[in-house]
Design a protein around this ligand. Structure first.
Ligand SMILES: [Zn+2]
Length: 221
């Protein structure tokens, strides 16, 4: 997979958060996350590198724009001539979705990484091809191709069963801001999980892979 294959038209075709939540709720996604996806992430040892995301768009963008996270905020940037060499860094993909017809995941959200920084895991085609293919097959089998996608986890991402802080996105106009809230935010009905992460935890005397909320999205945003 080309590391940079962004298609603004593809982004424009994604559903809103509300539509994504409705599709998720009408699907077996939660059960699949807790079973088949736990097995898959354990089999390939991908839990520290990737999670699964609820595929949605936050706001409309033009065909000249790309959604890039810098710091805690994602905003539309004019697509630079060379995304791999821009402002002493590069724009790298951080969220992918398969869509109904794609055999390779398509990147739709990006992050800015300064040269020399190693916050984001690279999607290495050779290394990850088998994992990505099995993920695609599992999503297809359960009818989740347009509901769940792959997200890269930055090095400092919250991956705990009982986190002391909860990442929560909120959209303001055409900016999407990630806040760090206390764990009680998980009880707020206006907030829904938008990123699921995986980890090994002891349950009933043995360790098993569990799926939990890695990031929430504020519904009114
Ligand atoms: Zn969101």
């Amino acid at each position: 997979m080309a590391s940079f294959a962004y298609d603004p038209e593809d982004y424009a075709g994604l559903g809103t958060l509300g539509q994504a939540i409705d599709s998720f709720d009408a699907s077996p996604a939660q059960t699949v996350l807790d079973t088949a996806m736990c097995d898959l992430f354990e089999k390939y040892g991908m839990a520290s590198k990737f999670g699964l995301g609820l595929v949605h768009r936050h706001f409309d963008m033009s065909d000249k724009e790309i959604l890039v996270e810098h710091g805690a905020t994602s905003t539309p940037w004019a697509i630079p001539t060379d995304p791999s060499n821009f402002m002493e860094g590069q724009i790298i993909p951080r969220s992918w979705h398969f869509g109904e017809d794609a055999d390779a995941p398509k990147p739709y959200e990006f992050a800015f990484q300064r040269r020399g920084e190693t916050k984001w895991p690279a999607m290495n085609q050779d290394l990850d091809a088998a994992f990505v293919e099995e993920l695609r097959e599992a999503l297809q089998q359960h009818g989740l191709m347009s509901i769940l996608g792959l997200v890269a986890l930055p090095a400092d991402y919250v991956t705990a069963e009982h986190p002391t802080r909860v990442l929560c996105e909120k959209t303001f106009g055409r900016a999407n801001v990630v806040f760090e809230l206390g764990p009680e935010a998980m009880l707020d009905k206006e907030k829904r999980t938008s990123v699921w992460t995986f980890g090994k935890f002891a349950r009933g005397g043995r360790e098993s892979m569990l799926c939990f909320s890695g990031c929430m999205c504020t519904r009114d945003g």
